[in-house]
Each structure stands twice: as C-alpha cells, then as structure tokens.
Design a protein around this ligand. Structure first.
Ligand code: ATP
Ligand code: MG
Length: 207
C-alpha cells in the first residue's frame, strides 16, 4: 500500500511557504547568540500572544536572570514561524531586528557617522518586528529620547509590534524613554505584559 509522506500531500503553495519558513528560521537561528539557541518552553501567556497576535506588542519583565532575554529570542522565533502559518497572507520574509538598548542608544547618538543614526531610525520604524533587550539598562539623552519617539510613534501608528524586555514595568519607563514613548508602549502592549517569575537561573547554574 502506498503511504504518502506529509510532503506529498502539500499543495505547491504550502510547499513553497514551508520552504521559505525553513530558510527564514535557519537564518534567524544563525544570528541568535549561542546561549539563546537552546529550546525552552515558552510561558503560556507568551504562546497565547503569538497565537492571537494582531499587531500587539509584548513586554517581558521580571528580576535579573529569570529568563527574559532567552524567552524574547524564542518568542521572536515562534512569531516568525507563525507568519507562514495557514491563513496568513504571504507578504515576503518578515524582517526582525534585535538590539540591546545600550547598543541601540549608542547607534542613535548625534555624532554617528554620515547620517547612520537617521538611516537606523527609518529602518527601525519599518521592520516587521523590533526586539529591544533590557530597555531600562541604558541611559538615554534627550536626543536619544527624541529618536526613540520617532521610532515608537511610527510603529504605534502603523501597529507594528515591538518585544521589550525590561526589569521595570512600562509605567516606570518614562525616565528612560521619556513619557511619550512610555505612554505609547503601554497602549501597544495592552495587557500583553508578562511577568516572569522564579530564581536567577544563572545562580542555579553556578551552584
Ligand atoms: N526557560 C528556560 N529554561 C532553561 N534555561 C533558561 C530559560 N530561560 C533562560 N534560561 C537560561 O538562564 C540564563 C539567564 O537567562 P536570561 O539571560 O534570559 O535572563 P534575563 O532575565 O534576561 O537576565 P537579565 O535581567 O540579567 O538580563 C541563561 O543562561 C538562559 O539560557
Ligand atoms: Mg537579559
């Protein structure tokens, strides 16, 4: 009896999407830092965020070492995977940019060479998903806050998502980002604010 492999049953469109998904995921894995490549179980609220995603952003908060950054990398990966799922309109390969806040603020500084800061603002307004790690870890100057505002305001208007990790809540971010960004971020995330709880996983490892 002929036993068809699952691939035999796929339509040309499904095969095409599966192939594109696999290429996109491999490329994402390649630029994921080694320590965040290990598969982990995502918290239910995060899995729900991906499943019910409708342009909303995600805010991951919690104490040092609880797993925010690892969870965020894996959430980006799961989000990317989901963009190729049934019922999703094919809109090309989604672009995800990831930044530590320290590196981002540095790249946006006024003395960045040849308008690189301006080009970066434009890029980050447009990417399909923007992940900023440890948003409260860096100090923002008034200049940086203005650039952040340009990025966040455009993403807010266009309903383009961000994933933020941070050890404080959005309402406590004003000092870092300025109040206008904090206000938009609160609305962009709505109730998709996930508190990760547990011990510092790094301490457990050292013991
Ligand atoms: N769900 C998980 N299962 C197993 N290991 C995990 C999990 N989440 C994170 N880890 C591991 O725990 C360590 C700390 O994780 P991570 O760097 O994500 O913490 P963090 O909350 O971002 O910390 P910080 O606030 O210092 O930035 C890493 O080695 C990471 O790979
Ligand atoms: Mg972290």
């Amino acid at each position: 009896m002929h036993s068809a492999s699952p691939d035999d049953e796929l339509s040309p469109r499904e095969s095409f999407l599966l192939e594109r998904q696999s290429v996109a995921i491999n490329q994402f894995d390649e630029r994921t830092p080694d320590i965040y490549r290990k598969p982990i179980e995502l918290p239910q609220e995060v899995a729900d965020w991906v499943a019910g995603w409708g342009g909303r952003s995600l805010f991951l908060t919690g104490a040092i070492g609880v797993g925010k950054t690892h969870t965020a990398w894996k959430t980006c990966r799961r989000w990317l995977e989901a963009q190729y799922g049934p019922g999703q309109p094919w809109q090309g390969t989604p672009i995800i940019r990831t930044f530590r806040s320290t590196a981002l603020f540095d790249a946006l500084r006024p003395d960045a060479p040849d308008g690189e800061g301006r080009a970066l603002v434009k890029k980050l307004q447009q990417v399909d998903l923007l992940f900023i790690d440890d948003l409260a870890a860096a100090r923002a100057t008034t200049w940086t806050q203005e650039r952040l505002f340009e990025i966040f305001d455009e993403r807010y208007i266009r309903r383009r998502p961000v994933i933020i990790t941070c050890d404080v809540l959005p309402s406590q971010l004003s000092e870092v980002t300025g109040p206008r960004v904090a206000s938009r971020l609160a609305e962009m995330c709505g109730n998709s604010i996930v508190l990760l709880e547990g011990p510092d996983r790094r301490q457990g490892r050292a013991a």
